[in-house]
Design a protein around this ligand. Structure first.
Ligand code: ATP
Ligand code: MG
Length: 282
């Protein structure tokens, strides 16, 4: 069965895209699905959040330019079933270089297709930068569906209208006619404030069942975990934030039609034997 490719996107900064991409990927991997996280943000927060160093030449950049295969950039993490294509600053160059190339919005799709003939992943999750540039457009062109984290704050709806607009443009331009919305996850939810529940009510009124039932609570542990190079289920496995991302992973797996106990991870054994990330995590 083909991998499900999900892009985590919202052009607003700091709404929980990377936190969601990393922890959703970790929780899906813990459910025994083989997961590849592609860090497409030059900030490389997902990369450092999983304890990997930024290594020159280690990102998807050369694969986007068609110079190298993406499979060569895949690294193991400290968690079984969870792999990553890390990011580093050279990805900034993509915004300048790619628009000069032919089919420049199809570059990630092609790189992922080539990768899928070498190794099977049940799910590929792409973490995007907070911009609508060429990297985000490549992610939208490569994905089956879009997952939108919305921070429980006043202007939350603005983020989603821009994502919807971009999805429509990508579909109509023929870059990815079947791109769909996987769902909206409310992040940094603080049940003690009236604002948080008002925002959830308003988003639910507009988007109904597209909104995941699971809300991600505001949690200091969640903000601390990346500085330890750990996902929340490694850093604070019994906390409320870990429980929330575990529930979100169940909802996402159901929407993606993933079986409950996939065991067909066929990642090359060399990755298992040499988990590069393990050497970088204290
Ligand atoms: N549920 C949460 N509770 C507390 N802090 C959170 C939560 N989710 C994210 N954070 C923190 O908020 C900040 C922004 O989160 P994150 O990096 O995931 O957002 P982002 O949308 O990826 O940002 P950017 O647009 O810069 O890529 C980080 O410091 C993160 O640790
Ligand atoms: Mg981010």
């Amino acid at each position: 069965m083909a991998s499900r490719v999900v892009v985590v996107a919202n052009q607003k900064g700091g709404v929980g895209k990377t936190t969601t991409a990393v922890n959703l990927a970790a929780c899906l991997a813990a459910l025994n699905h083989s997961v590849l996280l592609v860090d497409l943000d030059p900030q490389a927060n997902a990369t450092s959040g999983l304890g990997l160093e930024k290594t020159p030449g280690g990102s998807a950049y050369a694969a986007l330019l068609g110079q190298e295969e993406l499979i060569g950039k895949v690294q193991a993490t400290t968690q079984p079933n969870l792999f990553i294509v890390p990011s580093e600053l050279d990805l900034c160059g993509a915004e300048i270089e790619l628009p000069r190339m032919d089919s420049h919005l199809q570059r990630l799709r092609r790189a992922l297709q080539a990768l899928q003939s070498e190794a099977h992943f049940d799910v590929i999750i792409i973490d995007c930068p907070p911009s609508l540039g060429v990297l985000t457009l490549n992610a939208f062109a490569a994905a089956d569906s879009v997952l939108v984290p919305l921070q429980c704050e006043y202007y939350a709806l603005e983020g989603i209208s821009t994502v919807n607009w971009l999805m429509e443009r990508v579909r109509q331009a023929g870059e990815n006619p079947s791109l769909s919305m996987l769902g909206i996850v409310m992040t940094m939810y603080d049940g003690r404030t009236r604002l948080a529940s008002q925002v959830v009510d308003e988003v639910s009124r507009h988007f109904g069942e597209l909104v995941f039932e699971t809300r991600i609570p505001r949690s200091t542990r969640l903000a601390e975990a990346p500085s330890h190079g750990r996902s929340i289920i490694q850093y604070d496995p019994c906390g409320t934030a870990a429980a929330a991302y575990e529930m979100l992973a169940q909802e996402v797996a159901a929407r993606l039609g993933l079986g409950t106990a996939a065991t067909d991870a066929t990642a090359p054994s060399a990755w298992e034997a040499q988990p590069a990330a393990a050497q970088n995590v204290a």
